[in-house]
Design a protein around this ligand. Structure first.
Ligand code: HEM
Length: 547
């Protein structure tokens, strides 16, 4: 097993090898931890998710400091159901349609960064020509190169803050990485994932100095989240005290969330949970440049109505609660969902965008097809006028994004081969069993990555990125078992943000590929870096030019 990791493998590929070698049920005794059952039979997975509805693995509790004790990722039973009911309307199409202008406003910040990079690339090429060198000589340098994954992380954070909570924060561009909220979140995330990613030292998280650090970082981060929450509630004219519950600027960093039927914390499952935290440090815009000076970020609350802000997911949940006679969600519950959406709502989508850009760089024909589709729906790329005035902004609408069918195929295919959440884990309560296997006290591991790369489901080209498989009505993709394709999981505890994520990714791709060409500028190929989510290890450096 160790040799697998030393030769560049990761847990996802190790389990993939085992499933192919040993079949759909693989038992594994992890040293020092509970036994693990890796399940790849789609019907058995359906049973786990829809019929038995097993609770989440105790290992998810490692994320508690980052998500909050009342996070809907962690709660179970009736408490979870109440939370999900309150927040579902904020993730439904009816609201997302209304939120498209906010997705577009944020994505314009990314477009501005890419414009600056394209200027830089053009200036370098012009200088090379003036010096009698071929323009391609500039290509060897870092001019016009941006780290796509990092930019996507910053953008998706902006989007969830704005659409989720009405907060306008500029993480991209000049404000960047020193924004207090970004810094507090990253510090806590790095600390928490350090233990999560290293099963052999996981137990050290409970040493007094590590616990004290977790509590301090949690306090700093939660205080900022509470400020956002109070700002928004005030803008809505809602009295926080009247909502009841914990009004505290801290959330418990240990213990069990309120639940019914939740497993007790503990155990040592080496699996990954559903959300990612820390973003790697680095310049938000330019690869290879040292922009490490301190820059203060800016942040302000948006108005609760009107084009400056519009309704938010938070508003809708509070209104839902009021409609139920009030009292279904208190301040502590709201605070922990804010923390949850902030964490779960960005890194997954950022990984999707970054992997998609990576695949498009490697597949020029698909990139051409995508750019043509964008141009056919939005019109040709806008140009700066002769006087040098900037090109007009392009603002895709809900309707136009829906028309981009090939783009949907591209995203689905990326989610197939690089599902941002590669492995999920459930817990078998005492007395439970599955297809003749005793599952009591075991962690059941289910892997979107394992399901999506199985040649038995996807055919001999299962390992190839081929968006066309989703286009062809007779193609393999349409006939597959639902549990052979589950990037957002399935069943009642599937991803609440699936539509949000797809809409966000489509907005980004439409605005980027409608205007720019991106050419891979790294050493490649991008390897999978498995933390809580599956990242492109090299960060997808791309050189930006205009179409
Ligand atoms: C490409 C982007 C995304 C992917 C691939 C993804 C994937 C997933 C998966 C696989 C789960 C199930 C986890 C498990 O059962 O262990 C999940 C749950 C969840 N996701 Fe996402 N997610 C994405 C984006 C988002 C966004 C944008 C949000 C919120 C803004 C979000 C919020 C959540 C929440 C709250 C849960 C827990 C739901 C529950 O237990 O009821 N996700 N996600």
């Amino acid at each position: 097993m160790a040799s697998h990791f030393f030769s560049g493998g990761n847990l996802e590929t190790l389990l993939q090898d085992w499933a192919r070698a040993y079949g759909p049920f693989v038992e594994w005794q992890v040293p020092g931890g509970p036994p693990v059952l890796v399940v790849t039979d789609p019907d058995a997975i359906r049973e786990v998710y829809e019929i038995q509805q097993l609770p989440k693995s105790p290992r998810y509790m490692d994320l508690l400091p980052l998500l909050g004790a009342q996070s809907m990722v962690l709660t179970e039973g009736a408490v979870w159901k109440g939370q999900r009911d309150a927040f579902n309307p904020g993730f439904a199409s009816a609201f997302l349609r209304e939120a498209v202008p906010q997705f577009v406003d944020c994505t314009q910040h990314l477009v501005d960064c890419l414009e600056a990079a394209a200027d830089e690339a053009e200036a370098a090429a012009a200088a090379a020509t003036a010096e009698g060198r071929p323009p391609e000589a500039a290509a060897g340098a870092q001019a016009g190169v941006v780290m796509m994954h990092q930019l996507a992380i910053l953008l998706t954070l902006e989007v969830i803050l704005k659409v989720g909570f009405g907060e306008e924060a500029l993480f991209l561009g000049e404000a960047g990485l020193t924004h207090p909220l970004y810094a507090a979140f990253s510090n806590l995330g790095r600390h928490v994932t350090h233990f999560l990613d290293n099963p052999s030292i996981n137990w050290t998280k409970n040493l007094p100095w590590n616990k004290a650090k977790t509590e301090r970082l949690n306090r700093e981060y939660t205080a900022l989240i509470m400020e956002i929450l109070h700002r928004r509630l005030k803008a809505m004219g809602v009295d926080a005290a009247a909502l009841g519950g914990s009004n505290s600027a801290t959330t418990s960093t240990s213990g069990t969330p309120t639940s019914s039927g939740s497993p007790s914390p503990g155990g040592g499952c080496p699996m990954h949970a559903a959300v990612e935290a820390a973003a790697p440090a680095g310049c938000p815009a330019h690869a290879g440049e040292g922009h490490d000076e301190q820059r203060g970020g800016s942040s302000r609350g948006a108005s609760p109505s009107g084009t400056g802000g519009g309704r938010t997911i938070l508003d809708i949940a509070v209104q839902y609660s009021a409609g139920q006679g009030g009292g279904t969600i208190d301040v502590g519950t709201l605070r922990d969902q804010l923390m949850t959406f902030f964490a779960a709502g960005h890194d997954t989508t950022a990984a999707l965008v970054a992997w998609t850009v990576n695949y498009l760089c490697q597949n020029p024909e698909a990139e051409r097809k995508l750019a043509e589709e964008v141009a056919s729906v939005l019109g040709p790329p806008p140009r700066a006028d002769a006087g040098g005035a900037a090109a007009a902004a392009v603002r895709p609408s809900w309707q136009q994004l829906n028309e981009m069918r090939y783009m949907t195929c591209v995203l689905k295919e990326t989610l197939r081969l690089r599902p941002p959440v590669g492995l999920l884990a459930r817990w078998g309560p005492e007395g439970s069993s599955l297809r003749g296997y005793d599952t009591s006290g075991k962690v059941l591991v289910v892997g979107p990555y394992l399901q999506h790369t199985d040649p038995a489901a996807w055919g001999p080209d299962a390992d190839q990125w081929r968006p066309e498989r989703w286009e062809d009505p007779a193609g393999a993709a349409e006939g597959v078992h639902p549990y052979s394709y589950m990037p957002f999981s399935r069943g009642p505890r599937d991803c609440i943000g699936a539509r949000f994520a797809m809409l966000e990714a489509k907005t980004i791709l439409a605005m980027v590929y409608g205007r720019f060409k991106l050419e891979y500028a790294g050493r490649g190929p991008e390897e999978m870096l498995v933390s809580v989510t599956v990242h492109p290890k090299g960060g997808v450096p791309v050189r930006v030019t205009r179409r």
